[in-house]
Each structure stands twice: as structure tokens, then as C-alpha cells.
Design a protein around this ligand. Sequence first.
Ligand code: GDP
Ligand code: MN
Length: 397
Amino acid sequence: MKLQEFHAKRLLLAQSLPIPAYDVAETADEARRAAESYLAGGAERVVIKAQVLVGGRGKAGGVKLASTPDEAEQVATQILGMDIKGTTVSRVLIAPAADIAREYYLACVLDRSSRRIMLMGSAEGGVEIEDVAANNPAAIKKIHAHPHLGLLDYQARQMAFALSLGGPHVRDFVAIALGTYRTMIDNDADLVEINPLAVVREVAADGSTRESLQCLDAKITIDDSALARHPELELMRDLAEEDPVDVAAREQGISFIRLDGTIGCMVNGAGLAMTTMDLIKRAGGQPANFLDIGGGAKSERVAAAMSLILADAHVRAILVNIFGGIARGDEVAHGLVEARGQQERHVPMVVRIVGTNAEEAARILAESGDPDIQTAATLDDAVARVVAIASAAPVSA
Ligand code: GDP
Ligand code: MN
């Protein structure tokens, strides 16, 4: 689950990371009032930023500066309602604008290949890290945290030196890097990214200037499987920006992952679902999804699974592969027939149900009289038939 910047910053603030004050506004008027208060408080300018879950907001025109309340209102009017990569902006963040001297990149990521948390840093911050990785991979420094001891002070210092930070910044950087790591651990995140981590110039009341490190942007993704442990984070979920199909799947307790093929799969059990996908591939077909309907699948869940599969216009045939244990075959068969009745789009379906009440399931499907439902006695037969249908069928949208 991705968090919006203003939520991510809240988690970083909880670890005492340096973040400029900010407000969130849903209307241009609210944005104006927030700007007024920062400008009256001594800020020369404010920054107004679209709150959307896609990256590269700056380049898309979703991050702008303003020097007066009027200008802030204008800019907020422009950004609110703006479309950024398919997402409509409904909120902006307003903060006193930082006077940036240099921009760095800092992130903690879960490095699956080494099974450790990895600290990544670059002196080429501000731009998207994928671009740095493509054009100048040597500019990205990586350090792995110890699996038991965590990220150690000396490792954070090594990163500071690798980024050529000096003087008082080293100490501050170490605190920020360790705080980033703690944010990762405490929230079961798989990414905590600060880009830019900026050296910011500040003018004191006596006119002297000093520089400090500030986290100007924050991106956090939480491991979905750990959300049960973090009800407070679940509340930060932004349903408006999630794929409605994913939202529906989660509500029904169905594990569903969309893929690019043409054969929809409805299977019970994650292992059987993976095996089914392997068999489809081996027979020359392409699965359109991974779908584990879960244990004891009732007809309502079967119908919901059918809707998820059919929401994908690329699906040309469906393979239903159910091993009846706790899930009863007749229950699933009833669910399939009912679901067919509710769907506007009909695609051919090959059903293989074995185990508990399999004979009854076959009878229910036969009696439905639906010409698009075929039953298969073996998995190999089912796979061969569904692949043949999907290869022959025209794309129906
Ligand atoms: P992103 O494009 O979605 O990553 O949004 P960011 O918050 O990282 O902003 C993009 C760029 O806008 C940053 O790299 C900065 O160059 C600039 N920017 C963001 N905040 C400020 C600010 O407070 N002051 C100034 N001068 N520039 C900023
Ligand atoms: Mn950024």
C-alpha cells in the first residue's frame, strides 16, 4: 500500500526526522489561508504540491512555488483538479518553500535478493532514481543493514561520506538515515524514500545564514501482508487511487493479481493456482490472472471472483479448477451458474471440480444448459481445452 506524501511525512516526523511544517488543503481557499500563515510567519515563498500516489509530480506541473496568498490561491486552483498520469488531484500540500542548495537521494528498500534491508543514497537527488540508475549507476551507493543488528551508525556514516557530505551534515545525515531505517522497521514498510533530501539555506533573525538537511519529499509503501498489524496505517489507504478491481478483491478476501494473458483462472489454494498457471503456460496459453478464491468458497465469493476475472477485457476463456475439500463442489457449481446469470459478458468456461460433491457439481453444471460451460474430468484435459478456446476465440470487449 502506497502512502500519500503527507501521510508518509507524518511517519517520518514520528521518528523526529527534519521536515518543514506543512498543511493539507482540499480547496484553493484553504490553500490560501495556509499560505497566508506561512508567509506571515516569515517564509519568503510557499511550495504547493499535488498529493497523488504517482511519481514525477514536479515534472508534471504538480509542484509549484508562490510568493503571495493570491498567487498561492491561483496555483492551488490550477493544481486541484489537474490530471497527473491518470489521477485527478483532490488535495495539495502547502509548506514554507525551502531554499535548496543541493539535493540528495536517500531510501531504505527491501532487497529481496539479499534478503536484507538496503540503504540507498545518491548525490544526484531530486531527479527520479530510475533515471540515475539507467544513466549513471555508479552514482548510487548501496549498503545492506545487518539482519539482526540493523543499520549501524558506522554504515550511515559511510553513506554520508560516499555522498561527500561534510561538517555538521554528517551527524545530521546519520540521524536521518537511522530514522529512515526505523520508519521502515516500525511500520513494516518495503520502501521509505526521501527524494530530495536537501541541504537547505536558512537565514536567521540576525541575518546570518546556516545550512541544514531537510526531508522535502517522502514516499512510503507498506507491506500489504503486514497491514493487519497496523490498523492505524490501514486508515491511510487511499481507495480513490487504487484499482477498483484490487479494492473489490480485498473486500471479498480473494487473492487476485492481474497478468497480461487471455485465460482467466479461478482456483482454490495458492499452490494449485500457481500450478494451474504453469500448466496453462506449458500448453501454450497465457494466464490473465492469478486468483486464489480461498478456503470454503461460497457461491457469493465465486460470483465476486467471476466479476474480477471478467472486468479484464482481454479474457477470452476461463478455467475453473477447484479441489473440493472444505470447499464443496456443488456450492462452487451453484455459484458459477448464478454468477453467469448476473454477468453481461459471457466467455466460454472450462470447469474441473474434483473432491467433495464433485458428481453433484457436474450435474448442476450440466443441468444449467449453458452452452458456454464445459466440464472436464482431468486437469490436463481442462487445460488443453481452455487453451484451444482462447487461441481460437476473437477478442470480445
Ligand atoms: P516529485 O516530483 O513527485 O518527486 O515531487 P518533489 O516533492 O520531490 O518535488 C520535485 C522538485 O520540486 C524537487 O526536486 C525540488 O527541486 C522542487 N521542490 C520541492 N519542494 C521544494 C521547496 O520547498 N523549495 C524549492 N525551491 N523547490 C522545491
Ligand atoms: Mn520527489
